[in-house]
Design a protein around this ligand. Structure first.
Ligand code: PRX
Length: 677
C-alpha cells in the first residue's frame, strides 16, 4: 500500500465514524407470510463449523445428471472446485426441466423501448425451441464445441439471453461484452478470450434512436485481427426480422444473418452437454488496478447453484413472480439476476431494451403496471435519476412490488427512503445487495423474510458468507469499532470466480495474496478473499460499504479502471501525462475528472480536450466520458515523481488538499485550484 492510499482510507474511516446510525425498517407480515426463507436457524446451519457441506442445500436446487463426488476440493488452493465430479447443464436447468409443468408460462417478457411496439412474451416452450435451433447453428455452422469461447456483444434483447443459453447448452464458454462498449473494448475481450465467433445484433433503440450496432463490431473485428485474433464468423441477429438495420456491409464468408440461416435448423434439438460442475460457464470481464480488464471465469455447478439460491432466498423469487431487474445483461447483475437465477427458478423475467426514463419519467412504472411486476431490481444511480425526473410518478401507477433490490454502489439513506416510500409504496421490502463480478452472487444482504433493513447498509453476510474487516496489518476490526478497513470473506463459496482467464497469478495476487497466511497452504482458512472495498461493521453486525480501495471509479454502478481511462487519454499525441480522479455526481454517484499535462511545445486548447474525451469514448465507451478534461501546466508530484491523485481529487471535489508542502512542486496546486474554481 502506498502512502497516498493510506491517506484516502483514513479519510474514509473518519467519514464512517461520523455517520449516524439509521433506524431499522421491518418487513411486513404479508411479505414474511409468503417468503421463501423465514427460518432463522439457517444461520446456524450455515455456520463455519458446517462448511463446506451446507452448500449442498444450494446445489440441490438444481437438476444434476450425476451428483458430485466431493462438495469442495481445496487441493489447488485458492482455485477451489465445487461439487467436483457432478454433471449438469445450465441451459437444461433454466429451460428443459420446466417444460413438463410450465411450458406455456412466460419465461421472458421483452419490452422494446418504443411503446408503439408490442411486448414479446416468450414462453418456456418457445425459449426451448429458439435456444435449440440457435445452438444447432452455433454447432454446425459456426463449428463451436465444448470449451470454445464465443464473444457476445449485444444490446438488451431476448436474443441475448437466447445466445447465452445456446452457448451453455453446447458447453461453449460465453463472454458477453456490454452493448455500450466501444469496438476497441470489445476487441480487447475478443483477443483475451481467443474468440473466433462474435455474436451481435444489427441495431437497437436507445433514447428514441435506432443505433447502428453492427458497424461497431465491424471495427472490433478489424482491431482484433490487428492484434492477432481473427473473427471467422460474425453472427448477426436482426432488430427487425427480415430487415437490415445497419449501414455496415455484409462481409462474404464472415457475416451471417442469423434469422436467414436459422431456417436450415428448423426443428433441430440439441442434447445438452453434460458438463462437469467445475467446467467454466462464462467469462465476464471487469476493471481492476491495471489497464487490462480481467476475465473472471465462472464455473457451471458452483455458479448456478449459488445464483439460484440467491434468487430464491434473497430475491424471494417464486415461479409465479414477474421479476424485473433493470440492469444490463452485459454486466454480472444481468447474467445472475436477469438470466440464470430467475430462469433456473422458472420465473418470468423482464428484459427492457431502453432507457428507464424514455420517453418520460413514468415509463418504468407503466412497464411494472402492465406486466404486473412484483419484484423490482435496480441500482442507486437509476433510483436517483428516477427521483430527480419524476419524484411523484410512482404514485400515479397501479403496480404492487413485494420486493425491491438496490445494487452496485452505496445508496444514500435519503435516496433509500424515497425508494422505500415512493417506489415501494411503503410496502415492499428492500435488499441492499453487496457483491461483485468476481463473486457471482451476493455477499452481504439482509435475508428479506428474516432480518430488518437499515438504510445505507447492506446487512450481514448472506447465509454461508462470513465477512470480516481487516486493517492494513491484518488485525480484525470488530463490530462497532467505527473504523473502516478492507472487507474480506473468510470462507470460499460456490459463486466465486474460479480464476482470471489465462492468468492464475493475477487471480491469486488480486484476491488472495493480501491476507494469505501461507501461500503453500491447502487449508481454506488461510485464504481470505479480498473484495477490494472499504467497509465498516456496525455493532449489530451490519456492513456499510464505502467504496473501492483500488484505482477503480464506480460510475453509475459500473466499475471503470482509472488506468484504462488514463491510457486512452495517452493515445492522443499531445498528451504527456494523465490522471483520473472521481468526482461526486448527483445521479451517477461518481464521475471521472481528467487531468492532463501536454508534451513540451503544445498549447492547451478546447480542441485537444475534445479529442481526448473522444479517444476515451472510442476506446472504452460513453460511460467513461469525463466530466471535464483539465489541461494543466504540470501535475502535482511527490519528490519521487508520483502524481498526487489525492490532491487532484480534493481539488475536483472542492475539498481540503491537505499539506502539500512536501510536494516537488507545491506552487502548482494553487494554480490548478484557480483553474478548476
Ligand atoms: O464497490 C462495490 C460496488 O460495486 C463493486 C462491484 O462492481 P461490479 O463488479 O461491477 O459488480 C456490480 C454488481 C454487483 C463493489 O466492489 N458495490 C456493489 N454493490 C454494492 C456496492 N457498493 C455498495 N453497496 C452495494 N450494494
Amino acid at each position: 500500500m502506498t502512502k497516498e492510499k493510506q491517506v484516502i482510507e483514513t479519510s474514509e474511516a473518519q467519514i464512517a465514524v461520523h455517520w449516524q446510525e439509521e433506524e431499522y425498517f421491518h418487513p411486513s407480515p404479508t411479505f414474511i407470510g409468503q417468503a421463501n426463507l423465514t427460518d432463522e436457524s439457517v444461520f446456524e446451519r450455515f455456520s463455519l463449523d458446517n462448511f463446506p457441506d451446507y452448500y449442498t442445500e444450494y446445489a440441490e436446487l438444481l437438476t444434476w445428471y450425476k451428483y458430485w463426488d466431493e462438495v469442495f476440493d481445496a487441493s489447488d488452493a485458492p482455485c477451489w472446485k465445487w461439487f467436483k465430479g457432478g454433471l449438469l447443464n445450465a441451459s437444461y436447468n433454466c429451460i428443459d426441466r420446466h417444460l413438463k409443468k410450465n411450458k406455456n408460462k412466460t419465461a421472458i417478457h421483452f419490452v422494446p423501448e418504443l411503446e408503439t411496439e408490442p411486448i414479446q412474451h416468450i414462453t418456456y416452450q418457445e425459449l426451448y425451441v429458439r435456444v435449440n435451433e440457435f445452438a444447432a447453428l452455433l454447432r454446425d455452422y459456426a463449428q463451436l464445441k465444448r470449451g470454445d469461447r464465443a464473444t457476445i456483444h449485444m444490446p438488451m434483447s431476448a436474443e441475448l439471453a437466447i445466445s447465452m443459453l445456446a452457448c451453455a447448452r453446447l458447453g461453449v464458454i460465453h463472454s458477453v461484452v456490454f452493448g455500450g462498449f466501444s469496438a476497441s473494448a470489445c476487441a480487447d475481450r475478443v483477443v483475451d478470450s481467443n474468440s473466433r465467433v462474435l455474436i451481435t445484433m444489427d441495431a437497437y433503440y436507445r433514447a428514441g434512436k435506432l443505433l447502428d450496432h453492427k458497424i461497431v463490431d465491424d471495427e472490433a473485428c478489424q482491431i482484433s485481427a490487428e492484434q492477432g485474433q481473427k473473427i471467422d464468423k460474425m453472427l448477426i441477429w436482426q432488430r427487425y426480422q427480415g430487415k437490415i438495420s445497419t449501414k455496415g456491409p455484409l462481409i462474404e464468408g464472415r457475416d451471417c444473418i442469423i434469422n436467414q440461416k436459422l431456417k436450415h435448423y428448423y426443428g433441430k434439438r440439441i442434447e445438452p452437454e453434460k458438463m462437469l460442475s467445475e467446467e467454466p460457464l462464462f467469462l465476464m470481464y471487469t476493471s481492476g488496478t491495471t489497464g487490462k480488464p480481467k476475465g473472471c471465469q465462472h464455473g457451471t455447478g458452483g455458479y448456478l447453484s449459488y445464483v439460484t439460491a440467491m434468487s430464491k432466498y434473497i430475491q424471494d423469487i417464486h415461479p409465479e413472480d414477474v421479476y424485473w431487474c433493470m440492469a444490463d445483461i452485459g454486466w454480472i447483475t444481468g447474467h445472475s439476476f436477469i438470466v440464470y437465477g430467475p430462469l433456473a427458478l422458472c420465473a418470468s423475467t423482464v428484459i427492457y431494451e431502453g432507457v428507464p426514463t424514455y420517453p418520460d419519467a413514468g415509463r418504468c412504472w407503466r412497464i411494472a403496471q402492465d406486466l404486473d411486476v412484483n419484484i423490482f431490481h435496480t441500482a442507486p444511480t437509476a433510483i436517483r435519476a428516477l427521483r430527480k425526473v419524476g419524484p411523484d410518478e410512482p404514485a400515479k401507477y397501479n403496480y404492487n412490488f413485494k420486493h425491491m433490490t438496490t445494487v452496485g454502489e452505496p445508496i444514500e439513506p435519503e435516496v433509500w427512503k424515497w425508494y422505500q416510500k415512493e417506489v415501494g409504496k411503503g410496502k415492499a421490502v428492500i435488499v441492499d445487495t453487496w457483491w461483485q463480478t468476481e463473486t457471482g452472487g451476493f455477499l452481504c444482504s439482509t435475508v428479506p423474510g428474516i432480518s430488518p433493513m437499515k438504510p445505507g447498509s447492506a446487512g450481514r453476510g448472506v447465509p454461508g458468507i462470513h465477512p470480516v474487516i481487516y486493517d492494513e496489518d491484518g488485525n480484525v476490526l470488530p463490530p462497532g469499532s467505527g473504523k473502516a478497513g478492507n472487507i474480506c470473506i473468510k470462507n470460499p463459496w460456490p459463486g466465486a470466480l474460479q480464476t482470471v482467464w489465462g492468468n492464475r497469478k493475477r487471480f491469486v495476487d488480486t484476491y488472495y495474496a493480501r491476507y494469505c497466511k501461507n501461500p503453500d497452504s491447502k487449508d481454506w482458512r488461510d485464504w481470505p478473499y479480498l473484495a477490494g472495498d472499504a467497509a465498516v461493521e456496525a455493532a449489530d453486525g451490519y456492513f456499510r460499504i464505502l467504496g473501492r480501495i483500488d484505482d477503480v471509479i464506480n460510475v453509475s454502478g459500473h466499475r471503470l479502471g482509472t488506468k484504462e481511462i488514463e491510457s486512452a487519454a495517452l493515445t492522443v499525441l499531445e498528451v504527456a501525462e494523465a490522471a483520473v480522479v472521481p468526482v461526486a455526481h448527483e445521479i451517477k454517484g461518481k464521475e471521472p475528472d481528467l487531468y492532463v499535462a501536454l508534451k513540451p511545445g503544445f498549447q492547451a486548447s478546447d480542441e485537444i480536450a475534445q479529442r481526448i474525451n473522444d479517444a476515451i469514448c472510442n476506446q472504452i465507451g460513453k460511460i467513461a466520458k469525463c466530466r471535464k478534461v483539465w489541461i494543466v501546466p504540470d501535475m502535482p508530484k511527490t519528490r519521487s515523481g508520483k502524481i498526487m491523485r489525492r490532491v487532484l481529487g480534493a481539488i475536483s471535489n472542492h475539498g481540503d488538499v491537505g499539506n502539500v508542502m512536501t510536494l516537488a512542486n507545491p506552487e502548482i496546486v494553487e494554480e490548478i485550484k484557480k483553474m478548476v474554481g
